[in-house]
Ligand binder design. Structure first.
Ligand SMILES: [Zn+2]
Length: 455
């Protein structure tokens, strides 16, 4: 008996479709801009950026309610000297974004926005973000170029970062699709696809890559092991990690466990991606779309490349939401030397949030430095949390492979020697850590309180 199959609909619209023409035109222009920027000499980058800065300031002043108000009080100098203009611009802060919620910083009419999103609000009231279609495609082509170094046709890639409210998951999802990979959009913490289901699907589908936070990669490893699988044998080549940063000690452990390369990407909810990895696995700043400054978080004095400070971002070509000298609160260092890949864009390392510094006896300790000091001690597992209790540093750490008491003593000695701070160090079991993390949107921020709540 013959079975008639209906002809499937065409996968792409006909060539004369206005939607397709619009997409092709915007995409081709975005690619041309990206390539033109990449062809610049490093010495030409700053003047090129300063030219765009004066246009962006004029645009923000004209179209953004927030900047219109700000510049009505104190007009910026004219844009003929870009360096002077930049130095004279006031900072934009997270508080400005909160106060301007929802549309106060948006410079384009609602009808011209392609996407609107918000921060999770996990650390205060939410802030909004928005992009026009041109903003969106400009970001997409950069992400596409980056993921194209790692994935292509025949590769299955899991996207295990939140799809809700933000743009990052859709951006990487779209880029993966464009380079020909098979995308599995599992998200995180959803009722439909809890992390156990993601782990089962990874075992069944054996992806070439996972896009997730480093801590989520650890948790998936644990779950797969508990399910009786050998995660390192599943064929995952690359973990593209976003959403949190962690110490070299923790990254090395994750890489060893999964037998996979760990590749960074970095961005904020307000700006979308700010750094994307190259073929050498280094995160290159999106200097074709943003001007970056690294400043002392307390004095706002500019810091030289190679020094860790707060990243301050100015958009150069944003249509929907121009941001001038936006203080991200993220600690970064920009490498003083060029990357072997030859890109004109500088590379960056993210060192966590300025607000994540622990104050012990009035001395600040960077979380990542502490993590490095804790997790580089032989016999430590993968997880730890630290906080201040009764003005004393408390650390809880997973121990594996060596007597826990000795491991805790070694950590306390190491912390004392490195930071001059006395610490109380106790063991925590992995089951408690797992219960705590599975409830968290950002498991990399595990605290003593989270562990207590999960007991
Ligand atoms: Zn590179």
């Amino acid at each position: 008996m013959a079975i008639l199959h209906p002809t499937p609909p065409a996968a792409t619209p006909p060539p004369n479709s206005p939607a397709r023409e619009r997409y092709c035109a915007v995409r081709e222009q975005a690619l041309a801009e990206l390539h033109a920027f990449e062809a610049l000499d490093r010495a030409r980058v700053r003047p090129w950026q300063l030219d765009r800065l004066s246009e962006q300031v004029a645009y923000a002043r004209r179209e953004s309610p927030f900047y219109r108000r700000q510049f009505a009080e104190a007009a910026p100098p004219d844009g003929s000297d870009g360096e002077k203009l930049l130095a004279a611009l006031p900072f934009t802060t997270k508080k400005d974004l909160r106060d301007g919620y929802p549309l106060g910083l948006i410079a384009a009419p609602l009808t011209s926005l392609a996407r609107y999103g918000e921060s999770t609000g996990s650390t205060g009231s939410p802030t909004s973000s928005a992009i026009t279609y041109r903003d969106w495609v400009r970001g997409n082509v950069s992400t596409e170029q980056s993921v194209g170094h790692r994935y292509g046709p025949g590769d299955t890639v899991f996207v295990a970062i939140p799809y809700e409210l933000s743009f990052a998951a859709y951006d990487v999802d779209r880029a993966l699709e464009t380079v020909g990979a098979t995308v599995v959009g599992v998200g995180i913490l959803s009722a439909v696809c809890p992390i156990e289901r993601t782990a089962r699907m990874i075992a069944a589908l054996r992806p070439a890559g996972i896009v997730c936070s480093p801590t989520r990669a650890l948790r998936l490893f644990d779950l797969l092991t508990e399910m009786g699988h050998d995660p390192a044998a599943l064929g995952v080549r690359t973990v593209l990690y976003v959403g949190e940063t962690c110490s070299p000690a923790k990254l090395a452990k994750i890489s060893r466990m999964w037998q996979a390369e760990l590749v960074p990407a970095y961005g904020t909810t307000e700006t979308n991606s700010l750094a994307l990895s190259c073929g050498h696995g280094r995160a290159h700043l999106t200097e074709d779309r943003h001007l970056f400054e690294v400043l002392d978080p307390l004095t706002a004095a500019p810091l030289a490349d190679g020094t860790t400070g707060e990243l301050v971002v100015t958009t150069l070509v944003a249509e929907a939401m121009p941001l001038l000298r936006y203080r991200t609160g993220d600690l970064v260092s920009i490498a003083p030397e060029p990357c072997p890949c030859g890109s004109v864009r500088r590379t960056v390392r993210h060192h966590g949030r300025a607000s994540d510094r622990l104050l012990v006896d009035g001395r600040p300790i960077d979380r990542l430095d502490l993590e490095e000091a804790v997790l580089s001690v032989p016999g430590t597992g993968l997880y730890y949390a630290a906080g201040i209790r009764d003005e004393r540093l408390h650390i809880r750490v997973e121990c594996a492979g060596r007597a826990a008491r000795q491991v805790c003593t070694d950590i306390a000695d190491g912390v004392e020697a490195r930071f001059g701070a006395a610490a109380t160090v106790t063991e925590v079991d992995r089951a408690t850590v797992g219960r705590a993390m599975d409830r968290m949107l950002k498991p990399g921020n595990l605290t003593l309180e989270d562990l207590e709540a999960a007991r």
